[in-house]
Write a protein that binds this ligand. Structure first.
Ligand SMILES: *Cc1c(COP(=O)(O)O)cnc(C)c1O
Length: 348
C-alpha cells in the first residue's frame, strides 16, 4: 500500500479553498479596552450581543489540558453530528467516493452518507458484534475515504477489540473515525493517546452523554493538526454559540461532579443488569461498556408496547441487522430504573 498522504484524501475544491474570514478572525482581542465597531453588532449589553469566539479558545484550552492533547488537535462542532458531517464534506466527493460502516451501529453515518450522496458500504459486525476485519479491508477500493468504527458501539454496547481496531488503522490508507460517544462509561482506554501513532486516526467525542449536556450541542473531533486544519476551512465560522461555549466550559471544569455521576450510572448499570436476569421473557443481556443495555427478548414489539402502556419509553432495535427482538434501555436514575424493573416484572 502507498504511504498515507492527507492530500490524496481531501476533496480538491476543499484543498484549494480560502475560508471565510470573520471580523473576529481578523482582529482578536488582546485584553486592552478596544472599541469594537467591526462586526455590525448591537452595542447594548444582552450578554450575547457579541459574536462568539470562532475558534472557541477557552474551551479548547481546557479540553486540551484534561485530555493531554494540543489545541491544534481539536475541532468543536454543533454536536458530533456536525463534526461527522464536516468530515464527509471535507473528504468525500459526492457521487464518486464511498465510506464503510459496520451495522448494527449509530444511524447517523448512513443518513449523512445519503445526504452527501456518498455510497455507504455496509459490512455487518460478526455474531460477537466485532468488526470482520478481512471483509472490511476487502471492501475498500481507491475511492474509499472513511471507515466508521463506533466503540463502544451503539446499540450493542460493546467496545471493539484493540487488535481489530489497530489492524484497520494500519492496513487502511483512508481515515478511520472512532466514535467514542460512550467512552467515559467504558473500562477500556480512549484511542486519544494513540493519536500520534496513526496519521489516519480521527476520534469523535461529545458532551451529550456522560457530560449530561445533550441540550447545548457540543461535539468534539480529535485528529492530527493537518486534518483539523482542513476541517477548520469548511466549518461555519460561528458554529458553536456563546451559550454553548460557556456552559460547556463550566461543565468541563467540574470534572469531579461529572466523574461522580458517571460512577453512579455505572453502579446503576450493574444493579439493573442483575435485576434483569430475573425477568422471564428476557433471553439475553448483552455486556455493556456504555450507559445503556441491549437485551434480547421473546417479542420486542410486544414488550415495547407494554412498557409504553406503563409509561416507560425505551428503544426498540428489532429492525436492525443482528438485533432481532432486541430492546435498548438507557440507564436512568436509581428511581427510574426501579420503576423499569417493577414494570418489567408486572407484564406478562
Ligand atoms: C449519542 C451519540 C452521539 C452524539 O451525537 P451528538 O450530536 O454529539 O449529540 C454520537 N455518536 C453516537 C454513536 C451516539 O450514540
Amino acid at each position: 500500500m502507498k504511504e498515507f498522504n492527507i492530500n490524496n484524501l481531501v476533496r480538491p475544491n476543499v484543498a484549494g479553498l480560502k475560508p471565510y474570514s470573520s471580523a473576529r478572525d481578523e482582529y482578536q482581542s488582546t485584553g486592552s479596552e478596544m472599541v469594537f465597531l467591526d462586526a455590525n453588532e448591537n452595542p447594548f449589553q444582552t450578554d450575547v450581543n457579541r459574536y462568539p469566539d470562532p475558534q472557541q479558545r477557552n474551551l479548547k484550552a481546557e479540553l486540551a489540558k484534561i485530555k493531554s492533547v494540543s489545541t491544534e488537535n481539536i475541532l468543536l462542532g454543533n454536536g458530533s453530528d456536525e463534526v461527522l458531517d464536516l468530515l464527509f464534506r471535507a473528504f468525500c466527493e459526492p457521487g464518486i467516493d464511498n465510506v464503510i460502516t459496520l451495522p448494527p451501529t449509530y444511524g447517523m453515518y448512513k443518513v449523512l452518507a445519503n445526504i452527501n450522496n456518498i455510497e455507504n458500504r455496509e459490512v455487518l459486525l460478526n455474531s460477537d458484534f466485532e468488526p470482520k476485519v478481512e471483509e472490511i479491508l476487502n471492501s475498500v477500493d481507491q475511492n474509499t475515504k472513511i471507515i466508521f468504527l463506533c466503540s463502544p458501539n451503539n446499540p450493542t454496547g460493546n467496545s471493539f477489540s484493540e487488535e481489530n481496531i489497530s489492524e484497520i488503522l494500519k492496513k487502511f490508507n483512508g481515515l478511520v473515525i472512532i466514535d467514542e460517544a460512550y467512552i467515559d462509561f467504558s473500562a477500556k482506554d480512549s484511542w486519544l493517546n494513540k493519536l500520534e501513532d496513526y496519521q489516519n486516526l480521527v476520534i469523535t467525542q461529545t458532551l451529550s452523554k456522560a457530560y449530561g449536556m445533550a441540550g447545548i450541542r457540543l461535539g468534539i473531533c480529535y485528529a492530527s493538526g493537518e486534518i483539523i486544519e482542513i476541517l477548520n476551512k469548511i466549518k461555519p465560522p460561528y458554529n458553536v454559540n456563546e451559550l454553548t461555549q460557556s456552559r460547556a466550559l463550566n461543565r468541563v471544569l467540574d470534572v469531579q461532579r461529572v466523574n461522580s455521576e458517571i460512577s453512579d450510572l455505572l453502579n446503576e448499570r450493574d444493579i439493573l443488569s442483575e435485576a434483569l436476569v430475573q425477568v422471564g421473557f428476557i433471553e439475553k443481556i448483552y455486556p455493556s461498556d456504555a450507559n445503556f443495555i441491549l437485551l434480547k427478548v421473546d417479542n420486542a414489539n410486544k414488550r415495547y408496547e407494554q412498557l409504553i402502556q406503563k409509561g416507560i419509553v425505551i428503544r426498540n432495535r428489532t429492525t436492525q441487522p443482528l438485533c432481532e427482538n432486541t430492546l435498548r434501555f438507557t440507564v436512568g436514575t436509581g428511581e427510574e430504573n426501579r420503576k423499569l424493573i417493577e414494570a418489567l416484572k408486572n407484564i406478562e
